[in-house]
Design a protein around this ligand. Sequence first.
Ligand code: DX5
Ligand code: ZN
Length: 255
Amino acid sequence: MGDELRSQSGRPARLKAWDDAAAPFVTPSLLNCDFSRVGEELDALKRDGVVAVHLDVMDGHFVPNLSYGAPVIADWRKRTDFTFDTHLMISDPGRYLDDFVKAGCDLIIIQIEAVPEPTDLIARIQAAGCRASLALNPPTPLSAIEPYLDQLDAVLVMSVMPGFGGQKFDASVLDKVRVLRASHPDLWISIDGGIKPDTAELAVAAGVSQMVVGSGVFRPDGNYAAALAELAEGIHRGLERGKGSASSAGSSSVQ
Ligand code: DX5
Ligand code: ZN
């Protein structure tokens, strides 16, 4: 079987692994990893019990930074069965969608600011067997994505302006998480940017299902296991704090 076929035939199992993982969970963003040894970084995350990784694709146009694209992801797919949560911070995701599907991406996140009318693109992502998520930047109101909520598998609330790792968490976006969680108890809600143990606690209490963590996992001492354990403690505190509120952490994606 060719690499492309194998990457697609493995998708149901990779999505099942995502569904089977206990939410809320952490998906490390590779943006802050050591790109000279990505394979070893992936192996280390696997040993530490990670189920899925977050891939940040940047085009130097929608965001003021460049990262990597589908050919690079296709090579990583040969190395790992991690579920790929792929964040397209690019101006024209429809143009490149097929490449990311063939590369073995599993969840595909597009930015509402790049695609103000995403109905057709969401349908294309799902028809390809992937899950579709819409991201919204901190200044973007929930009203921008509300018309599409019933069509989506997930929503990504950005807690920094996208483009760079290591930025400060914008706590004001937690209001969006609370509103979404209250109105859509089963919606898969992700948050991305500035997540450390203390902000993970706040995000979980507000009702997120998943946290994207870059610099909070790939810290300079290289002890990712310790970083993940500290994040797990933050998640635990957030669950305790969120108990009794109307919100839940979310346990399944909207199908
Ligand atoms: C920001 C990216 C994030 C980023 C998170 O543009 O979308 O996924 O890698 O990095 P930290 O956790 O360091 O804010
Ligand atoms: Zn991201």
